[in-house]
Design a protein. Structure first.
Lengths: 233, 587, 284
């Protein structure tokens, strides 16, 4: 398992990251780097610390060890609402939408650039159809779509997605992959936690596999078979 | 000793001082009730003067009526018993449906006190209205300005002794547990609403007895004795004096009360200062003056009586004559000869349009360990919640050995022999490790009388010995507060507590979460052996496949709120649907 | 139309409107933010006393309303910052701390103004005839002001971007943070607005009620029961609660007396705690 080379100013650089809840350390020794335009997939079964990694990176949990640098600046232990100003977008695994607001309100809360939302809305007609409907009544998969459109619509330099395809229909998953590839070609970075291997295989250039709170495999060369082995029951 | 000190006052000073002190001692007894409810059992009564006033008015009325007919004096105990019964009823009513404390109780008691004051003013025919119930005769001909003082001292000594004793009994520990983690205590089979109601009834009785003596000491009872201002002062005195023990409340009422009475007219801003002191105490010095005294006393005289025992149970730990715990209460069980049967029948749970469980159908029979696995959001913990009364069913039902379980209260279900361990270890953090274990042992075993006996602290069982042997820290760290243990140790402690209940159905939710590989091995080992020792059925939710391999006789896979597959681990591993769910190939 | 029936109906409407006005502050602070502010009644009292102070200095009542709102808002900021925010995760301690604050405010009012009942003069003390019944002008004005105010508030909350952001932070705090909303600042602003609306309520009601240090207690209890019955977290819950509690109070007081109304409200609230612990229209 070889750690990836560090680039010092651009992109995301994580060094020996660790953290958890209270005095329980759930995740430790995670190091990675992500240059502009790269997509990193984070794989692992449940309970291995994938969501904890997301929460540490987005400021929802304090770091108990290590550092996180974004575009040269240390960003560990900041308040989560600074992410947007830093150019980081986040789509959490749960609590995807604001149930009491309509889809339109969900998408327009922080005055986004509607032009960047347009191509997304064209791809995901379901979301456009449901603009005036309260997000709370949508199905799980539809909420994931709204969350995806919202987070990609922010046009951020780094987008963190936690299980974006859970409950989403096949055709839409392919479209999501397409949009991610387009954005990453244009220079945006993505860090995606997923259990859907096919989806990840179609977008990621690098992979990080976690087990028992530690990285067990990390590379930009991988085969589907090898990765399936890590997910096996 | 307290009796000596207090009795000497009239001799040292004069009768008038003693009279004043007497009044505030009575307030102190009422404050002791507030300390019991708040400092011990964890709920704040904001209208305690209600009971003080009820005791005062009733006693006053009986005494006045007894001037015409002396046999009416026999009604005097009612002046204490009726308010106590009312207190019990109120607490049962308010606490029946909750396991999370909120402001409801405090505000309802406040509203009741204000209502009572209004009624006292309005029903002037009965109460003398605004001017009060006057001309209350002295009780038994005792001179109110001198002899009644000794009656008051007697009451103070009795209440302090009673509370001091109660706080050291198992019931006292249970009250502390209610304050710390009421939710968890219910899962040991304790009806926490009854525990709280008992505390409140006692608090009401104390306030009412104080009120009764107040009536005869003052000769006059006005609505001031039943309303908002006195209720607030009782809380302030308890807070500043110290709410964690019976002496603090006395100290607060006498110390602050007398001081207030002197300063109130002299310094107009005294009351504002008092409010600031109250806020400061609440924020920074929760143990009040009594706590401060104890801390300094301990520093100056480490071996004095003020040092006290570190944990409640340590007093009994010194004596090695342990008693075997009585067998688990089997009254609520069905026949123990029959094998366990657990049935989820087409269980549906929907919350705000989101489907948590969709037609979950799961039938288990017989002893052994069943592991439940599945991706996030599959409904694993939700199935436990539905089974133990924490999640209402939208459809379907759950049966345990022939009895319908869905819709029952958590403590009822625990008493049926179903024990649950939580995903995030949930113990009583401010109690010692040994106290925690004792409480688990008493669940579903101790009757009301046994909870008042000191000997109950000495209960041990064969399983206890086994657990101490498996987790040595339970013995070596037995006096440590459970909150100070490491995460892994807390997991093991909670497991031990759950096992001590010797349930028929054991529900373990991620018992190895946060444990290292070695600790996981130790934990699974204990689970396996304990299950055999107890002869129960275990349902274990786990993510750690190594643990699943070691533990399970059967594995059940949950997905999207429904059962996907059941079988041995090998069967599951070979099942293509299961593989698909886990590697997300074809959802 | 029967004049007494019209009067009864107007009384009912007035009563419900006042309950909603008084309950709004607690609805924001407790219903929306989850902070049980035991000093809610005292903020209302401060508003009333602001009117009194302005009157004692011979200034126009308009200054009184301004003082009430600005004064309570100014007080609300340090309270949120240093009393409420540090105790955010400890509800029992918040209750205690705000109870202490309530005591402090009450005693301060006593120290400055004294314990006696006082009066704020009513500049609009005439009556008008409506559908055959005579009804005090000030009350009619209040009814109109309250209804219009609530309509505007509802519009703002449901339609404006700021209102949407507030709904978002309350409904799903982590997601709100993730999209860049400063939830702590929002909570602070909401709290300040909550206590300021209590101050406003006190100022508006001052000419109609007895102004004395203990006046806040009844308002606290009424507001609390309105929220228990109507449900936390929404304007419609506040409205529903006001309707039910107000209706009960008026109807029962007419049949028996005011104390009877009080008892009925208590019983009703306990009943709701049993059957519908989240209130009628809970959104939290």
């Amino acid at each position: 398992m070889s750690p990836l080379p560090h680039s010092t100013t651009a992109g995301l650089v994580v060094d020996n990251l660790g953290g958890g809840y209270g005095d329980t350390i759930v995740l430790r020794n995670v190091s990675l780097s992500l240059a502009p335009g790269q997509v990193l997939g984070v794989l692992g079964r449940n309970g291995v610390g994938k969501s904890t990694l997301m929460r540490l990176l987005t400021g929802f949990l304090p770091l108990s060890q290590g550092t996180v640098h974004w575009q040269g600046e240390p960003i560990g232990n900041r308040r989560p609402n600074h992410n947007r100003a830093l150019g980081i977008a986040y789509a959490p695994q749960e609590g995807l939408v604001f149930d009491a607001l309509t889809v339109r309100e969900n998408l327009s809360l922080q005055r986004p650039d509607w032009r960047s939302l347009e191509p997304l809305l064209t791809s995901f007609g379901r979301v456009r159809e449901r603009m005036a409907i309260k997000a709370g009544v949508l199905s799980g998969g539809e909420k994931k779509l709204v969350s995806f459109v919202r987070s990609l619509g922010e046009g951020a330099a780094l987008t963190l997605l936690d299980e974006p395809t859970e409950g989403v229909q096949h055709e839409n998953i392919a479209l999501m992959a397409q949009h991610i590839r387009q954005r990453s070609d244009a220079g945006a970075s993505f860090l995606i936690v997923e259990q859907n291997l096919s989806f990840l295989m179609s977008v990621m250039q690098r992979v990080l596999v976690l087990d028992h709170g530690e990285p067990v495999f990390q590379s930009d060369r991988f085969t589907r078979q090898a990765l399936e082995h890590y997910l096996r029951v | 000793m307290l009796a000596l000190v207090l009795s000497s006052v009239p001799h040292l000073s004069d009768d008038f001082r003693a009279y004043q002190l007497g009044t505030y001692l009575l307030y102190g007894v009422a404050a002791q009730g507030v300390a019991l409810a708040w400092g011990r059992a964890g709920f704040l009564p904001l209208g305690q003067a209600l009971f003080f006033g009820l005791g005062a008015y009733s006693a006053g009325m009986v005494l006045i009526a007894s001037q015409a007919n002396a046999t009416l004096l026999a009604l005097l105990p009612l002046a204490v018993l009726l308010p106590a019964a009312l207190a019990y009823a109120i607490a049962r009513l308010v606490f029946a449906r909750q396991y999370v404390s909120g402001p409801n109780f405090s505000l309802i008691t406040l509203a009741l006190a204000m209502l009572a004051a209004q009624l006292a003013n309005q029903w002037s025919g009965l109460t003398g209205g605004f001017n009060g119930l006057a001309n209350i005769p002295e009780i038994g001909g005792l001179d109110r300005y001198s002899t009644v003082y000794y009656l008051i001292v007697a009451l103070v000594v009795a209440s302090t002794a009673l509370l001091g004793w109660l706080y050291r009994t198992p019931l006292g520990a249970l009250w502390l547990a209610v304050a710390q983690n009421e939710n968890r205590l219910q899962f040991f089979g304790f009806a926490t609403d009854r525990l709280k109601a008992l505390a409140f009834a006692l608090a009401g009785a104390l306030a009412a007895s104080a009120g009764a003596l107040y009536a005869t000491q003052q000769g006059l009872v006005t609505p001031q004795a039943i309303g908002f201002e006195l209720s607030t002062e009782l809380v302030i005195w308890t807070a500043v004096g110290g709410r964690f023990g019976p002496y603090g409340a006395l100290l607060g009422a006498v110390g602050i009360g007398l001081l207030s009475a002197e300063l109130r007219d002299v310094w107009i801003h005294w009351q504002v200062a008092m409010a600031l002191i109250f806020i400061l105490v609440v924020l920074r010095f929760p143990a009040g003056m009594a706590g401060a005294l104890q801390t300094y006393g301990r520093r100056l005289w480490p071996r004095s009586w003020m040092a006290g025992a570190e944990s409640l149970s340590s007093q009994s730990a010194a004596a090695p004559n342990y008693l075997p715990a009585p067998p688990r209460n089997r009254a609520a069980d069905t026949s123990t000869l029959e094998p366990i049967r657990l049935e989820f029948n087409r269980v549906n749970v929907r919350i705000q349009g989101v489907s948590i469980l969709s037609g979950l159908q799961l039938h288990l029979r017989g002893a052994g360990i069943h592991c439940i696995i599945g991706p996030n959001g599959a409904g694993k913990t939700s199935s436990f919640n539905a089974l133990t009364g924490r999640l209402p069913l939208s459809d379907g039902d759950i049966h345990f050995s022939g009895r319908r379980v869905s819709g029952l209260r958590a403590d009822t279900i625990a008493r049926m022999g179903i024990a649950r361990k939580f995903q995030i270890p949930s113990v009583f953090s401010a109690l010692s490790v040994r106290d925690n274990l004792c409480i688990a042992l008493w669940g579903n075993r101790a009757n009301a009388l046994q909870l008042l006996q000191a000997s109950t602290w000495r209960w041990r069982s064969t399983l206890w010995e086994f657990l101490i042997a498996s987790f040595p820290f339970l013995e070596t760290e037995s006096d440590r507060h459970a909150g100070e243990l490491s995460q892994g140790q807390r997991q093991m402690l909670e497991l031990a507590m759950t096992l001590l209940m010797e349930p028929r159905l054991l529900l373990l939710d991620e018992p190895c979460a946060g444990l290292s590989v070695a600790e996981t091995g130790q934990q699974t080992d204990v689970i396996k052996r304990a299950v055999t020792l107890i002869g129960c059925t275990a349902l274990v939710i786990e993510h750690d496949m190594a643990a699943v391999a070691r533990l399970s006789d059967q594995v059940h896979v949950l997905h999207q709120g429904r059962l996907l597959a059941s079988g041995s681990l090998a069967d599951i591993q070979g099942n293509p649907d299961v593989q698909a769910v886990y590697s997300g190939g074809q959802k | 139309m029967d004049a007494s029936a019209v009067t009864l109906a107007l009384n009912l409407i007035y009563h419900i409107a006042v309950l909603a006005l008084v309950g709004l502050g607690l609805g924001i602070v407790f219903g929306l933010l989850g902070v049980m502010n035991m000093a809610h009644g005292e903020f209302i009292a401060l508003g009333a006393y602001a009117m009194l102070a302005v009157q004692n200095h011979g200034l126009a009542p308009g200054y009184g309303v301004a003082l009430a709102v600005l004064g309570t808002a100014a007080l609300g900021y340090p309270v949120e910052r240093w009393l409420v925010r540090p105790l955010r995760s400890r509800p029992l301690d918040t209750l205690l701390a705000t109870w202490g604050l309530s005591l402090l405010l009450r005693k301060s009012i006593e120290a400055v103004f004294g314990r006696q009942y006082q009066n704020v003069s009513n500049n609009l003390s005439g009556t008008s005839t409506l559908l055959g019944a005579e009804y005090p002008d000030y009350r009619l004005l209040l009814i109109v002001v309250i209804f219009v105010g609530f309509a505007l508030l509802a519009l703002w909350y449901r339609r404006s971007p700021a209102g949407a952001r507030l709904q978002a932070s309350v409904a799903n705090r982590p997601l709100a943070q993730a999209i860049g909303i400063d939830v702590d600042r929002q909570a602070c602003v909401a709290f300040v607005c909550g206590v300021a609306s209590a101050g406003l309520a006190g100022a508006l009601l001052a000419p109609l009620v007895r102004v004395e240090p203990l006046m806040g207690m009844d308002y606290l209890l009424d507001s609390f029961f309105v929220l228990v019955v109507g449900g936390l977290g929404s304007l419609s819950g506040l409205a529903a609660g006001s309707g039910i509690i107000g209706g009960t109070q008026v109807v029962v007081s007419t049949i028996s007396d005011q104390t009877g109304g009080y008892v009925a409200v208590l019983l009703l609230s306990i009943g709701f705690l049993w059957l519908r612990p989240n209130g009628l229209l809970a959104r939290r």
